[in-house]
Design a protein around this ligand. Structure first.
Ligand code: NDP
Length: 416
């Protein structure tokens, strides 16, 4: 007799060769950040596999109309906007649908922890710390796309997940690749783990040209369609630095075992080099639906409507070392990973502020890394505090954002 691997429950569907077989009930998934690029891809996959997945809750920040449309189309039970001002619009858009609407940060936390079917809900998390943390404290299965929560409080977050019994499944394509290539039974046999980077839209640009790079050029990623923040992070290579820190926590790997290689075709997403000389890699066309499908169905596999990889057609794959002179953000992230949790918290918060200012056209492209460096230096001069609780991490995050904001006029004055 088979039981649902998620919740040890299921519906009896018939008899086969004299044995009772069970059809697992569809798994209910709550999607935090449903209106974003990752959320929409996830809903696309869920919509194609109704026998396996149904939507419990969908959330967004303020995009009430798009959220209501998604909730109706996917038969969600609940829809939540984090921004309380958007609640009225959401409620109006869902009138008569039977879908429960809610607004505000507390409602979002509730969506993150709501029991979906005994203990078998999964949370697809593409938004920040606190909501993901609430789910981790409840012991939920978390399909984690958002990297900032592991970067800014990874040690504490993984410890919380361990204590509560939460399962964290990586969604980021590089971490999904490592998750697929890394055999936990052979952890002692690992020499190093490499995450690949496309190099972003400015891979071949000179320093002089980079100084003039405009936000609309930076968000135009050559291989991936992504939200604005992660696109800018890809252009500075900070994204790869954040991913190194993410991998450090997810796979409990020491910083010295983690490497980055630029691979412009974005076909090899990551690989594990073992001590015996073997290198195990994961390859796929660059389409987020592949890693999302892997995390949704793990440890099984489901179909994803992605382009199939044709290596003969491709002919060759190329690799090069990252240039830390032109892309100093990656070097800063590596330093922060080695320095410890406090530096990583500072790096993440300062970078978010710098990217925001860049997207608003108020600073230049190289200023992003400069601001992050300034804030890291200030933290180091002030003793480099290590957060021992989420409250500490939050306080350090706020401090870093304030310092980043206040360093901007000074920076503009210095650079003219
Ligand atoms: P988007 O900017 O496209 O979407 C973000 C989503 O989160 C939207 O639904 C948005 O709602 C919601 N949101 C934004 N701010 C808040 C808030 N304060 N409270 C609650 N909800 C909020 O981002 P992506 O989907 O591209 O990325 C999501 C995460 O996944 C990021 O952490 C990114 O680093 C990571 N990631 C993304 C990849 C990609 O290919 N896109 C690849 C790997 C990781 P609204 O529409 O109302 O603004």
């Amino acid at each position: 007799r088979d039981a649902c691997r998620w919740c040890r429950s299921g519906a009896v569907v018939g008899w086969k060769q004299g044995l009772m077989t069970l059809q697992p009930a569809p798994q209910r998934i709550s999607i935090l950040g449903a209106t974003g690029s990752i959320g929409l891809n996830t809903l696309d996959l869920i919509g194609r596999t109704p026998e396996r997945f149904t939507v419990e809750a969908v959330t967004a920040n303020s995009n009430a109309e798009a959220l209501a449309d998604l909730a109706r189309r996917h038969g969600a039970r609940h829809a939540v906007v984090a921004d309380p001002d958007a609640y009225k619009d959401l409620k109006a858009a869902l009138a008569g649908s039977g879908i429960e609407a809610a607004g505000g940060p507390d409602a979002l936390i509730e969506a993150a922890v709501r029991p979906a079917f005994g203990n078998c809900s999964a949370l697809f998390c593409a938004v920040r710390n606190i909501f993901t943390l609430a789910a981790a404290q409840r012991g939920t299965t978390i399909l984690l796309a958002n990297k900032e929560c592991l970067v800014s409080a990874g040690r504490l977050f993984m410890e919380t997940a361990r204590v509560s019994g939460a399962t964290i499944l990586p969604v980021d394509s590089e971490h999904s690749a490592i998750f697929q290539a890394l055999d936990p039974a052979q952890k002692d046999g690992i020499d190093h783990v490499t995450l690949t980077a496309s190099g972003g839209p400015f891979r071949t640009w000179s320093r002089e040209r980079l100084a003039e790079a405009r936000p609309e050029e930076a968000v135009r990623h050559p291989n991936w369609a992504m939200g604005a923040k992660v696109s800018i992070d890809s252009a500075t290579l900070m994204n790869k630095g954040l991913e190194l820190i993410e991998a450090h926590h997810l796979f409990a790997l020491e910083p010295d075992r983690l490497r980055v290689l630029v691979h412009p075709e974005s076909i090899v997403h990551g690989f594990v080099a073992y001590r015996d000389g073997s290198v195990v890699a994961q390859l796929a066309e660059p389409d987020m639906r592949t890693p999302i499908a892997y995390s949704l169905a793990w440890p099984e596999r489901i179909s994803a409507p992605t382009p199939r990889l044709d290596l003969a057609e491709m002919g060759k794959l190329t690799f090069e070392r990252p240039d830390l002179d032109r892309f100093p953000a990656l070097g800063l992230a590596i330093q922060a990973m080695k320095a410890g949790q406090g530096a990583a918290t500072v790096l993440n918060a300062a970078n978010e502020i710098a990217v925001k200012f860049y997207l608003q056209g108020r600073i230049r492209f190289p200023d992003i890394a400069q601001i992050v460096e300034n804030v890291l230096e200030k933290q180091s001069h002030e003793g480099g505090s290590e957060p021992n609780s989420f409250a500490d991490a939050l306080a350090l995050d706020r401090w870093s954002r304030d310092v980043a904001r206040s360093s901007i006029p000074e920076l503009l004055e210095r650079t003219g």
